[in-house]
Ligand binder design. Structure first.
Ligand code: ATR
Length: 277
């Protein structure tokens, strides 16, 4: 039986095993997908396990998306994001030429989540909150969609400035200062806990905006609840999560006879599966 893992710290909240195990079953693949809380010093051994065929593939979550990179044979990612969330072995017919590859499926996951609800970013003013692990992937995806401006605000200004070095087009805004926007995206971890509050005066936001939270558990963070109360469009990170997982599954199932992998179905049943927690 093939073995897959999602690694991170913490990892308890991860719904990846539920989703991937469901898809394995649906596609009659004899595999099991587990979650594992790890330390940075465990990474080398885990990559070796892929090399030795003890593990087929790994998804990576906070805070290791960057620290796994030096252990790979190649990272097929944008220089700017420096973030890997999917690791697998690329098999080559030449003996000894297999490669451990890292990819980033968050960028595509974010883009597809917007296409799913037919929201166009083109010409829009985007306001990003946070400068954490997933933020560069979101900026990268946004820049490809042609917004008029991307503003970014983070509690620790230095991290926002570091991002500006990679993405010079972004405009940095002081933490707590909300500028006029069409779409606001929470990429911070504020909202995971019930009492978490972002420094936004919701009453000062003019109507008809779009509030997007990368968090999907809880389903509606305080940020989304406050926005919903005032009639704004809201969206949580569930579809981004599902689409990044779908692309990871496709990469995991690439084989000599299935060159483009298996794209598992996203349907009502799959989405329901993620609601029960
Ligand atoms: P990651 O490992 O992905 O960077 P993280 O460290 O939990 O995840 O933080 C993600 C984001 O949440 C960061 O932008 C962080 O802001 P800082 O750079 O200032 O740490 C933000 N964040 C977490 N807790 C916060 C809080 N209490 N107030 C404001 N921002 C917070």
């Amino acid at each position: 039986m093939k073995k897959y893992l999602v690694i991170g710290n913490p990892i308890d909240h991860s719904l990846s095993p539920k989703l991937h195990n469901y898809w394995f079953k649906e596609n009659n693949i004899d595999a099991v997908y587990e979650k594992k809380q790890i330390k940075e010093s465990d990474i080398e051994e885990l990559i070796l396990a892929i090399r030795n065929d003890q593990i087929e593939g790994i998804n990576v979550t906070v805070p290791f998306k960057n620290s796994v990179i030096p252990f790979l044979d190649k990272a097929e990612i944008s220089e700017k994001t420096q973030s890997v969330n999917t690791i697998y072995k690329e098999r080559n017919s030449l003996k000894g030429s297999d490669k451990i590859v890292g990819r980033n499926t968050d960028i595509l996951g974010f883009r597809y989540s917007l296409e799913h609800i037919k929201y166009s970013v083109k010409g829009k003013k985007i306001f990003l909150l946070g400068a954490g692990g997933v933020t560069p992937s979101i900026i990268y995806a946004l820049e490809e969609m042609g917004p008029s401006v991307i503003m970014l605000s983070n509690r620790t200004k230095k991290k926002a400035e570091d991002l500006k070095k990679l993405f010079p087009q972004i405009e940095i805004v002081e933490w707590g200062n909300i500028k006029d926007f069409d779409m606001i995206i929470n990429t911070t971890s504020l909202g995971l806990k019930e009492n978490d509050k972002l420094p936004i005066n919701y009453d000062q936001v003019s109507p008809g905006k779009f509030f997007y939270d990368v968090i999907y558990n809880p389903k509606k963070t305080n940020f989304l609840l406050e926005a919903e109360k005032r009639g704004h469009q809201i969206e949580n990170g569930k579809m981004m999560f599902v689409y990044q997982a779908q692309e990871a599954f496709r990469l995991f199932t690439i084989a000599p006879n299935i060159e483009s992998g298996i794209l598992p179905l996203i349907n009502k049943k799959v989405l329901k599966l993620l609601e029960n927690d």
